[in-house]
Structure formats: structure tokens, C-alpha cells
Design a protein around this ligand. Structure first.
Ligand code: SF4
Length: 509
């Protein structure tokens, strides 16, 4: 390659081979640079399926692009320790006249691209990520002059802008949001028959990755044997079709429900495909709307999915870039506890946590309410340092990319940003989990008890949390009901709860 040609950095979550960005490049003039760096999988102790999905999808992408005529310079696992070392080595080998990149999925790598270009004196162009439906500049425009950023107003703006689920100027069905119709739990008989998720049996490329991951990261937490995540665009389409046909009609009603032995229920499990770039979010939105317009799925299901993809996903992307750098350091509630060991092992008498962490160890994925109202809730009530629980989500989930995970964890789940993303901390006692699942019926603890040997740790820690943050929460209009209930509790009873919470913290390693 001559010095006048162009090199393009491709990160592991930029694999939209058929997207507009790669279609705009000339394979005869652009060389693609890709690096598998060991520390991307060891910086946070990572689930072997998370490592596998990234590396296998990258290798499939690289082959696809070679077939299309691209020269792909690729460093495989074991060659370099860091992305910086890898891209520097490739740039010195290729010696391009120009470097292009797309905005990466995290701030650290954006800085890396700039520092490499500067150090090697290469002209650099960083393109916006054209998969984003709202660019950081557009989000900043939306944020300008607002006292608080809330999903609802952003979501309405996006619905109008993309003309999604709209009848002229009004939302289809008359309401913007059917969240209140997304909270059904199951009867004692449990969920209706749950269709199995399609399994994508590992091909030779994926099997090779699995062998390398097993030998390079022998202590990685979780199982690799059951790996069956999509690693190509075609597989992601199959998963999406299956979701629309089989699970979307029930998705709306049971978004917040949980059930023992049913890790998927009616969720889409599309997040890793979307975040890697295997699936186009606009196609997902259009197909979901079509499912409503043709009568295949009800409005509360379709609106719920579209709120996630067009609303929440773009909202957290905007929040991330608007508040970085610095967002990862937020710790508004001054939480400093270490992450209990049970988050890795699932070894606990708390059924809700052992089920959720068990599901996670098996699949590197759990659905959103297990994340928010079991693992996230426990970490928040327990007082885990927000960066520690963020790192855990980053390492353990097959779909984690920093722009998605940081706002969901630091902001939504842990309230560590002090209310940038959520108007109040999402806290509840064990009674919430009892209402939304069958976990408590096989647990040795009782969700209605906050003290005593059979007290539910969630319930103890819930009242302890309210008491520890009473002054701050009393100033929040949306917490008045909970604070009023706290203030009904006698001083002696409060002390008993606080002592029980101290015991819990001493006992959990
Ligand atoms: Fe979880 Fe408490 Fe219910 Fe046990 S009783 S499953 S710890 S919420």
C-alpha cells in the first residue's frame, strides 16, 4: 500500500458490514485495521461468552470484508496486550497517508484514536457513528436550556422526528407511552408456554475462538459451553424474525415479570446484535411498527420495544457523550462497599440472586428487570461502589459497551449521577420481587420481614437505605411516599433494622 492511501480503524462494536459507512468506502483504497487486545477482556474480569461474541463477530466481519475485496490487517488474540499497541503496530506496518475512524463506543478509545494520529503524524478524520439515531451534537441541542433531561420528552421528539407510531401529529392510540401496561406478573401457574430462542451452533470460526478464550482466560467467570449468540448479521436477522413472530405479542404485558427457570421469557435478546452492529436499529423499529399495523402484535408490546430502541437506547447514548469524561467517577450517594462475591458465583441463599446470577453464568445475559430490580437493586441497597458494579456489568454481559452500560448502571440503576438520568433512585423492598416473580416462594427468607433470622436482605437493606439517605431523599418530591413510611417507624425499630443491615454486610464476603 502506498503512503497516500487510507487506513480505517474498526473497533469490535462497529461490525455493520452492510451499513452506509462501509458501503461508502472504496475497497481498493482503504485498508481496514482490526485488533483483538487481551486487556479488553481482562480489564474487567469478563464472561467467556462475552469475549467470544466480540472476537467471533470480528473475525466473521473481517472475512466478509476480505471477500468483498478489502485488505484487512488483523491482529489476533495473543499478539498484543492493548489496543494502542496493536493499532500502532498496524499503522507502522501500513503507513497510510490518512486515517479514518468512526466515533467508538467509549470515550477512552476516542482519545486513543486522536493520540495515535498525533503521535504518528497522520491526518485523521473521525466520522460520527451513522448507526446513532441522534448524534451527540443533536442531543446537546436537545439538552440546551433544559433543567433536567428526561426520557419522555426526548422520546417524543424522536417519535416525531422519525415519524414512528404516529398518526399525523398525534401518537398512535392517543398516548405516547404504555409503560403502565408493561407490568403484568404471572399467575401461580407461571408464564404461558415460552418459545425456545433459536440457537446458533458455533461454526469453526467460533469454535476456534472458544478454544483460544478458554486457554487464554482459564478463570473467566461463567460457562462457555452453551454459547449460541448471533455472530453475523444473518444470524441476528434470524433471532429478530423469531422474536417478532413468537415473543413480541407477549413482550408488552410481561416486560417486568420474572420466573424461575425461564431466563428469556418474552424478551428479544437483541441487545448484543444491536450493540455490535449486526442489526440495524431502524429496521428493528420499522418491522416492530409493521407488526402493530398488521395486527400481529398489540400496541403496548410494540410501543414498549420502540421506546427501548428509539427512546431509551438513544437517550443513554446522548447522556453518555454529554457527560463524559467524568461520568464514570460519579458517586452521588457515596457508596463504597466492595462487590459481594456472590455476584460472581451465584452462591447465596437469596433465590432471586442465585437464579439471576446462575442465568448470567450460563448465558452472559439476563433480561432488563433482573438487571435493574435484582442485581442492580441489591448493589444499590447494599451500597456497592458504583464503579465496581459498573465493571461487573461490563465484564459479565454479552451486550455490554460502555456508552450503553455506564448510563444504565451509574445513572439508572445506582443513582450515582445524582439524578441526571433518573428522577429518583429505583429502590424497593423484597415485596416488589415477590410481586413480580415466583422467586420468594422457594427462598428461605421472607420478603415481609426486615429483621430476624428469616428477614429478606432486600427488605432490611431497603429500609436501611432510606434511613441512611433520609435527608437527601426527603428533598425529592417523588420519594415522599417512601420517606413518609420510613418516618412512621419507631427509633428502636430503626435501630434493629440498621443492626441487621450491619450484620448482613459483615457476613457477606
Ligand atoms: Fe429475594 Fe428476598 Fe424474595 Fe428471597 S425473599 S427471593 S431474597 S426478594
Amino acid at each position: 500500500m502506498s503512503g497516500s492511501d487510507t487506513a480505517c480503524i474498526v473497533f469490535g462494536d462497529q461490525l455493520d458490514a452492510d451499513g452506509a459507512f462501509y458501503r461508502s468506502l472504496d475497497p481498493t483504497r482503504v485498508v481496514l485495521l482490526m485488533v483483538e487486545a487481551a486487556d479488553e477482556s481482562s480489564r474487567e474480569w469478563s464472561h467467556p461468552q462475552r469475549i467470544t461474541v466480540f472476537l467471533s463477530a470480528m473475525r466473521h466481519f473481517a472475512q466478509r470484508m476480505r471477500d468483498r475485496g478489502y485488505r484487512v490487517e488483523y491482529l489476533s488474540l495473543g499478539t498484543v496486550e492493548t489496543l494502542e499497541e496493536g493499532f500502532r503496530r498496524l499503522l507502522e506496518r501500513v503507513r497510510p497517508g490518512r486515517l479514518i475512524a468512526r466515533r467508538p463506543g467509549d470515550y477512552r478509545n476516542l482519545k486513543l484514536v486522536h493520540s495515535l494520529a498525533q503521535a504518528l503524524s497522520i491526518e485523521l478524520t473521525v466520522h460520527e457513528d451513522d448507526r446513532a439515531l441522534c448524534s451527540p451534537e443533536e442531543f446537546a441541542e436537545h439538552a440546551r436550556g433544559r433543567k433536567a433531561l428526561r426520557l419522555e420528552y426526548f422520546y417524543r421528539m424522536m417519535r416525531r422526528r422519525y415519524n414512528v407510531l404516529m398518526d399525523g401529529k398525534t401518537p398512535v392510540g392517543g398516548s405516547w407511552n404504555y409503560d403502565s401496561e408493561n407490568r403484568k406478573s404471572f399467575s401461580a401457574e407461571g408464564p404461558p408456554a415460552v418459545p425456545a430462542m433459536p440457537a446458533f451452533l458455533p461454526d469453526e470460526t467460533t469454535r476456534a475462538v472458544m478454544r483460544e478464550v478458554t486457554s487464554t482466560f482459564p478463570t473467566a467467570p461463567g460457562s462457555i459451553e452453551s454459547f449460541s449468540w448471533p455472530v453475523t448479521g444473518d444470524q441476528a436477522e434470524v433471532l429478530f424474525d423469531d422474536f417478532v413472530e413468537q415473543r413480541l405479542p407477549f413482550f408488552g404485558d410481561y416486560q417486568d415479570a420474572m420466573w424461575t427457570g425461564e431466563p428469556l421469557l418474552f424478551h428479544s435478546a437483541l441487545s448484543s446484535s444491536l450493540n455490535l452492529g449486526l442489526l440495524d436499529p431502524l429496521k428493528v423499529i420499522a418491522r416492530a411498527e409493521q407488526a402493530y399495523r398488521t395486527g400481529h402484535a398489540p400496541l403496548n408490546a410494540v410501543e414498549g420495544l420502540i421506546r427501548q430502541v428509539l427512546g431509551w437506547r438513544e437517550f443513554v447514548r446522548g447522556i453518555y457523550w454529554y457527560h463524559m469524561p467524568g461520568y464514570l467517577e460519579d458517586n452521588a450517594l457515596q457508596a463504597h462497599e466492595a462487590l459481594p462475591q456472590l455476584f460472581w458465583s451465584g452462591d447465596t441463599e437469596m433465590t432471586c440472586l442465585s437464579e439471576t446470577v446462575g442465568d448470567l453464568r450460563t448465558r452472559a445475559w439476563t433480561h432488563h428487570i433482573q438487571r435493574l430490580m435484582v442485581t442492580g437493586l441489591f448493589a444499590l441497597l447494599y451500597g456497592v461502589h458504583p464503579k465496581a458494579i459498573h465493571d461487573w456489568y461490563m465484564g459479565m454481559y454479552v451486550d455490554s459497551v460502555e456508552w450503553v452500560t455506564a448510563p444504565n448502571t451509574i445513572g439508572m440503576s445506582q443513582y450515582a449521577d445524582g439524578g441526571i438520568i433518573a428522577s429518583k433512585p429505583y429502590v424497593a423492598s423484597g415485596k416488589y420481587i415477590q410481586r413480580m416473580s415466583n422467586y420468594c416462594s422457594s427462598c428461605r427468607f421472607r420478603p415481609d420481614r426486615a429483621t430476624g433470622d428469616d428477614a429478606c436482605p432486600f427488605s432490611t437493606l431497603y429500609w436501611d437505605f432510606l434511613a441512611r439517605h433520609e435527608d437527601r431523599l426527603a428533598a425529592n418530591g417523588r420519594m415522599q411516599f417512601q420517606i413518609k413510611n420510613l418516618r412512621r417507624i419507631s427509633a428502636q425499630r430503626r435501630e434493629e433494622i440498621s443492626e441487621r443491615a450491619r450484620q448482613l454486610r459483615r457476613r457477606l464476603p
